[in-house]
Design a binder for this molecule. Structure first.
Ligand code: 4AD
Ligand code: MG
Length: 463
């Protein structure tokens, strides 16, 4: 005989009469008529296990230490629960205390806290309902992403985090240096002497793994990256992080239409997977965070995405009669307000906008025959706006060189990227999904700081 240790998730599936030990953190404790009710959670699922301690079952000295936030092991027998919403509860025979938590100072109390307050205690917020649910969904989502690509014979490639080329050409990179910033070595003409730096030239944290992804696509045909990316854009918005995770598939022999089809299948697959595997967590979000989450996700998993060109989208925005914060003119980039209008009001579902003006998009996008637009595609979704950015790539050597020049970029660091267009070049395409934008879409959480474990934003790198 002996109590078998299981996770709480597992315990809910065991037969009545099973002897088990559960370990976790106390969410709440309530005493009533000599019986103590304890909600125990170990993060394995949303639902806590109710522990029932009859008077005298464990020493008073021990029971006293069972407070909200304390960590314990409880051994007992699973019995049918009279309480509604749960099949079983644990009738406790013994409790072991791991660590106490002083009720006078433990910051997480039963009453709800604002998400802003919880952000300041990121070391403890993971023990709350909202963040427990969010990070279980995030886990399931990452699993779904790998499964989707692995089932389709994509090769997972780990692209470098430290780089010397700017993928987006937007100059939003964090520098990486070991030089003494107080007194950097200087060249005779007074400039910083990067030759003396660790890599012998300026280096940065990557903004995207795409360029290296293209190298692999031109050998393995279908590849994807899944890693952290960094952008020093000083925009304090609810949808921008300085450090975020991006998934970037890159496919040889794909044109823009193939790229868009893959993006749609990919989003639907991962949504379906999370609906099927995280029901309990999503139901919580649906009830307490965003009432439309479940209906939206079910709808999207079944419907066709909308399609519109940038030029037609500009027409739609103009004829809407709305007064926009950012002006709508052919040639200016779409802002979140425009993106949300298109997906929420015009299409009422995800929509893919294509063929943007070349001057507002990155140098690597394939130029259309009109010479003015590029084969770009952005997937916009209700509530979030842009969730995916992608394109067919410029595979023509001469055109690409010209694009680099037009963008004011130095060709030299891109020598290998240009080489790919000299040796066995093929049409190819890819896209990038922002993991946290996807998380916002799945959970209904409105601030991107709440869907990543430890957000990095201007002025904030705590934890
Ligand atoms: O549109 P972006 O900049 O595209 C690229 O980086 C391409 N290299 C992708 C590719 O074609 N392989 O970024 C892709 C996505 C955006 O649609 C958005 O979801 C997310 O990355 N993203 C951000 N997420 C959070 N914080 C930021 N600062 C983000 N910037 C982009
Ligand atoms: Mg983009």
């Amino acid at each position: 005989m002996g109590f078998r240790f299981v996770s709480i998730k597992h315990a809910f599936g065991l037969a009545v009469g099973s002897e088990t030990t559960l370990r976790g953190w106390v969410r709440s404790r309530r005493d009533s008529k000599g019986i103590t009710f304890i909600e125990l959670n170990d993060g394995s699922r949303f639902k806590s296990m109710q522990l029932v301690v009859d008077a005298g079952a464990v020493p008073d000295e021990t029971l006293k230490q069972v407070t909200t936030g304390s960590s314990i092991a409880a051994s007992g027998i699973l019995v049918e629960s009279p309480a509604k919403g749960q099949a079983v509860e644990l009738k406790v025979a013994a409790i072991q205390i791991y660590g106490g938590a002083d009720p006078a100072t433990y910051p997480l109390q039963k009453k709800g806290h604002s998400l802003e307050f919880l952000r300041e205690i990121s070391h403890l917020r993971v023990r709350s309902n909202t963040f427990g649910a969010a990070f279980r969904v995030r886990n399931a989502l990452t699993h779904a992403i790998h499964t989707f690509f692995q089932e389709r014979d994509f090769i997972y490639v780990q692209t470098p985090i430290i780089t010397t080329s700017d993928c987006e050409g937007a100059g939003q990179m964090f520098g990486v240096t070991t030089l003494n910033l107080q007194q950097p070595p200087r060249t005779p003409d007074g400039k910083v002497d990067w030759q003396q730096d660790f890599f012998g030239r300026p280096a940065y944290l990557t903004v995207s793994g795409q360029l290296e992804g293209e190298i692999f696509a031109l050998a393995f045909s279908k590849v994807y990256t899944f890693g952290p990316t960094f952008r020093a854009e000083n925009s304090n918005t609810p949808r921008h992080l300085a450090e975020f995770w991006m998934i970037e598939p890159e496919m040889a022999f794909y044109e823009l239409a193939d790229d868009m089809q893959l993006a749609e299948e990919f989003l639907k697959y991962t949504i379906r997977y999370v609906l099927d595997h995280c029901r309990e967590d999503l139901e919580f979000f649906n009830q307490f965070i965003e009432k439309s989450v479940l209906a939206t996700l079910e709808h999207v998993a079944e419907s066709q995405f909308g399609h519109i060109t940038y030029t037609d989208a500009i027409q739609e925005l103009k004829k809407s009669g709305r007064s926009w914060e950012f002006p709508v003119e052919w040639g200016s980039d779409l802002q979140t307000e425009h993106e949300r209008f298109l997906s929420e009001e015009v299409f009422k579902k995800p929509v893919i906008v294509t063929d943007y003006p070349k001057d507002i998009k990155a140098f690597y996008m394939r130029v259309n025959d009109d010479g003015k637009t590029v084969r770009a595609m952005d997937v916009l979704v209700p509530r979030v706006g842009e969730i995916i950015g992608g394109s067919q790539r410029e595979e023509r050597h001469d055109v690409l060189r010209q694009r680099l020049r037009d963008a004011g970029l130095d060709e030299k660091p891109y020598w290998w990227y240009l080489d790919l267009r000299r040796y066995g070049s093929v049409p190819h395409a890819g896209f990038g999904l922002g993991l946290e934008r996807m998380m916002m879409y799945l959970t209904g959480l409105k601030n991107i700081r709440d869907v990543i474990p430890f957000p990095r934003t201007p002025g904030n790198a705590d934890f």
